[in-house]
Structures are given as C-alpha cells and as structure tokens.
Design a protein around this ligand. Structure first.
Ligand code: SDX
Length: 483
C-alpha cells in the first residue's frame, strides 16, 4: 500500500509523506523526512497523537478496549497463564516451552539475592522513606555491583534481565522490612515467584507466613495485568533513557521514577485515599463526584489517555476483587463505595462525554489491600509487574539495528536575541518568569507580584534570607556574595 499524505503549506508549497500501516491496520504519517524536505517540524504536546516507535510487543485498541501481549488477549493470559510465563513471553516474543520456562524460573531463582553490601544502603534511608524512592535508588545502585559490559552477549543479556526481574522484587520486600524495622527475609529456592515475594514480605524469624492460594493467584494476576502497556509514560522514559545507551539498571530506574507519579502508577494509592476519605466522611461518594466535576479533585483510577471505554484490565481486576473480598473475613466496605462511585460516574455526562472509565488502578488497590500489602507499597507492586515490560522494550530497541538516540525538537517561545547587560547598567533588576516573561522588581502589573507567595518565591529563588524584623541588615556583611 503506497498511500501518501499530502500537506499544503507556505505559499502554495506541498509535500507528500508516506503512510505506515501496522499489523492491526493502524495508520501513521511517517514524518521522518519532513524537516529535511520542508524545514517544518510537528508540535504535539504530551505526544497525544505521536507514535515514538514501531513495536511488536503490545497492542492496544483504546476505542474497543483491546489489550494483547505479543498477540495473546490479556483476558486469556490473566486466566490461563502465570506472571513468570508472561514475563518470558513479553521479553522473548513467544510462550516458553516447558524446558525454557524451567530454565528461566531457575535463572530468576539464582538471581534473586542482592549483594550483601547493598543491605547497608537500607540502613541509611530514613524510616519514612517512600518505598518507590528506595526502589529507584537501589535499582540504579545495582549497576555498581553487577557491571554491565558495553557489548553484551545473549547470555549476559539474559542474566541482566533475570537480575532485574528478580531483584526488583527482592529490593521491594527488603524495603518493606526496613520500613517496619523487621529483619530482612531472604528469597527461598523452595518458593515460586509470587509466594517468594509474599514470604519475604510477611514471614519473620518468629512467625511463618501461611500462603493463601487465592491471594497468590490474585497477586500473580495483578502482576500479569501490569506487565506491559505499550508506550506509556514510564516505558517511554525507559526507551528514551535506553536510547542514549545508558546502563540498563539506570534505564529501569528511570522507568520506576516516571511510574511513581500520581497521574501514572501512583494512582492506585490515590484511589484508596479517596475511598478512605469517603468512608471516613460518611459521604456516599456523590460529593466527591461533584468535586471532580468542578475540577477540585481528580477521580483517581478513572480516565486514560488511550482507553476511551473500559480498560480491559479494570474488568478483570473488578472480578478478582469480588472473588477475594467474598472470602470469609476479607469483606471491605470500600468495594461498595468503589462500585457506587463507578456507577455514579458512569451515569454522569461529565464522565461519559469525556470517555472517563475505570482504568487498571481503580480496583487494583482493593486487591492489594485485601492481600495485606501496605498502602505505600502499591506502586512498588506495579513496578514489579512492569519490569518485564520495560525490559522487553529496552531489548526490542537494543536489537533494532536502526535505533538512534531519542532527541525531540521544540518550538522556542522565549525572549529574542539580546546582548549582555553589565551589572551597573541593569535598571533596578527583575527576573524572567518561568513562562519567559521579564518582570522588573516592583512591577505590580503582574498580579503574581502582589501576592506574598511571590515575595517568598523570589526570596527562595535567590536564596535571600528574609530580612530581620527590624529590617536592619544582619551580620557583618549581609550582601549576598555574587558568585
Ligand atoms: C496508568 O498510559 C498508560 O498506558 C498508563 C497505564 C499503564 O498501564 O502504563 O495504563 C497506567 O497510568 C493509568 C492511569 C492512572 N492515572 C489515574 O487514574 C489518574 C486520574 N486520571 C487522570 O489524571 C487522567 O485521566 C490521565 C492522566 C490518566 C489521562 O490524562 P489525559 O489523557 O492528559 O487527559 P486530561 O488530563 O487532558 O483530561 C481530559 C479531560 C479534562 O477535562 P476538560 O479539560 O476536558 O474539561 O478529562 C478530565 C480533565 O479534567 N479528567 C478527569 C479525570 N481524568 C481526566 N476529571 C476527573 N477525574 C479524572 N480522573
């Protein structure tokens, strides 16, 4: 198919650009020659309409609510597969044979310890350190203990991948033990991936952890559902960081950092905070929905850049939630609130007109809560699940002979060319605002200047200590040394 896209621009100029068609019929304008042929670039803030690469790993259809890993529907993988097998599928492209799965599981087991010296790092973190902050730091530190050669053989790549899939899980469990002041529990060769994680999290020298098969299955399914999602924010961070040929541990650390944000992986914690707030306030959720419609708050776990209908993962999570919470002693009033919120939102035009539906995070927090996972570890579980997806994209990019460093363009909107002004010629001084506007000192035309916040901000920005109350300069020489 040689379909072309013709753009008319400038004074009667035209350019024809080739179209690219994906294996599921998605079509894209290939603009890779645009600037060379026209001097033009495209602008697409937040990349809403821009494809950053070709990939064979995951396929999404946001309008139809379709998600497939290497062609396999998420609904089949969630019910028939297990996380370690899905991790192999994402990274290596095919479902493993029994022999391949045994070898991969064995490699994960043999790679599950971290260097003993790394345990000292945990001692340095304050007790209130967020586990995501610990995880991103520790994963980047793995590069110091497991050096990665510039040119990796297949075997070395397999080992690095196994290290990360397995040690992200170990570091996560260790960070929890640090947080609660209990001794760290080592991984055991007797346990499978998820049982090992739960054992490292919840057993102790004085108490054995009783594995509940339903909880193991729920966490395993949670990890499958989070394993990949094409070019989301954190995977794009991995691809951009990896494109500079940075150390793979630093690349995955970049993905963890991006995932931490509340618009992304941090949303599962946000949902539980909302449900907790509603339960505590005695509200039935309607007031929260009104606040969301008035833009005072965001209904976390709702909305998605790609899905404009139900996130297929949310449907699976919801079923899993019900199964787990129907177990004796697992009931949680939050599920009723969550369902009422969903029902209210999905009957309200504000949400329907914006295609805001539950996403993967809306019910996932309730599953983790039921499994006894502590609240501030929710996003860490997301990271454990997403690590194979990040590695699959890193590997796909690494093996792409045409891959180059990612370096987007921009449209400059700052001040035009101007010459340097010697200090004694600067009239009164002022500052350039974040949006590039020059604001002279005392310029009250800018509403921001009037506010107390501005003065404090300026002081903070210039690190000028607040003058003493009597406004007399403090100390022998209060002028700021100009560096
Ligand atoms: C994940 O990309 C991925 O694939 C991510 C992910 C993955 O697996 O990697 O699926 C995982 O990150 C899921 C999303 C988790 N985040 C949340 O649940 C946070 C709450 N949702 C949002 O903030 C928002 O919906 C995003 C971030 C998910 C999507 O943001 P967009 O596409 O930039 O949409 P937007 O912020 O421009 O919103 C469009 C409109 C706005 O209203 P108007 O300006 O049109 O009046 O919808 C409104 C927004 O105010 N809106 C919401 C809302 N989300 C969007 N209003 C209330 N509650 C919300 N949750």
């Amino acid at each position: 198919m040689n379909e072309q896209c013709t753009i008319n621009y400038g004074d009667n100029k035209q350019v024809s650009l080739p179209m690219m068609v994906g294996s599921e019929g998605e079509r894209a304008i290939d603009i890779s020659t645009l600037r060379k042929n026209t001097g033009l670039i495209t602008l697409d803030e937040a990349y809403v309409n821009t494809g950053s690469c070709k990939s064979a790993i995951t396929y999404l259809d946001g309008e139809k609510g379709i998600l497939r890993y290497r062609g396999y529907p998420i609904e089949e993988l969630a019910t028939k597969s297990r996380f370690v097998e899905v991790a192999y599928l994402l990274m290596y492209g095919e479902l493993p044979t029994p022999k391949e799965l045994d070898a991969f599981s064995g490699l994960l087991n043999n790679s599950s310890l971290i260097h003993e010296d790394m345990r000292h790092f945990f001692l340095a973190f304050p007790n209130h350190a967020h586990p995501m902050g610990i995880l991103t730091t520790m994963v980047a530190s793995l590069s110091s203990f497991y050096p990665v050669p510039e040119e990796m053989s297949d075997e070395e790549e397999r080992q690095v991948i196994a290290n990360l899939v397995s040690q992200v899980r170990t570091i996560a469990a260790f960070s929890y033990k640090k947080f609660i002041g209990e001794p760290m529990i080592y991984p055991s060769y007797k346990l499978r991936f998820v049982e090992n994680f739960l054992n490292m999290m919840f057993s102790s020298p004085v108490q054995n952890y009783q594995q509940d098969p339903d909880i193991v299955k729920a966490i395993d399914t949670f990890l499958i559902l989070h394993a990949d999602h094409e070019q989301n924010c954190s995977t794009s961070a991995v691809r951009i960081t990896g494109s500079s040929l940075a150390n793979v541990y630093a690349v995955i650390s970049a993905g963890i950092s991006a995932l931490w944000g509340q618009r992304h992986g941090g949303a599962n914690q946000g949902v539980i905070s909302i449900l907790d707030e509603i339960v505590t306030s005695g509200d039935d959720g309607r007031r929260f929905i009104e606040d969301a419609k008035n833009k005072k708050v965001r209904l976390m776990g709702f909305g998605h850049r790609v899905y404009k209908t139900f996130d297929p993962r949310a449907k699976i999570m919801k079923e899993l939630c019900h199964k787990l919470l129907n177990k004796p002693g697992m009931a949680d009033p939050m599920i009723d609130i969550a369902m009422r919120l969903e029902e209210t939102a999905l009957s309200d035009d504000y949400f329907l007109s914006r295609n805001l539906y539950p996403n993967v995070d809306f019910y996932s927090g309730l599953i983790l809560k039921a499994a006894g996972i502590p609240f501030n570890m929710f996003t860490v579980l997301f990271a454990i699940g997403r690590t194979p997806g990040w590695l699959a994209h890193w590997r796909e990019m690494r093996h792409d002979k045409d891959n180059r460093i990612s370096r987007p363009r921009q449209i400059y909107v700052g001040p035009p060319m101007r010459n340097y002004i010697p200090m004694d010629k600067r009239a009164g001084g002022g500052r350039t605002s974040l949006s590039g506007r020059f604001i002279a000192d005392g310029d009250t035309s800018n509403p921001f200047v009037k506010s107390k916040r501005f003065t404090e901000t300026v002081r903070n920005e210039r690190f000028i200590p607040a003058p003493p109350p009597d406004n007399k300069p403090s100390g022998p020489d209060s002028s700021i040394a100009r560096g």
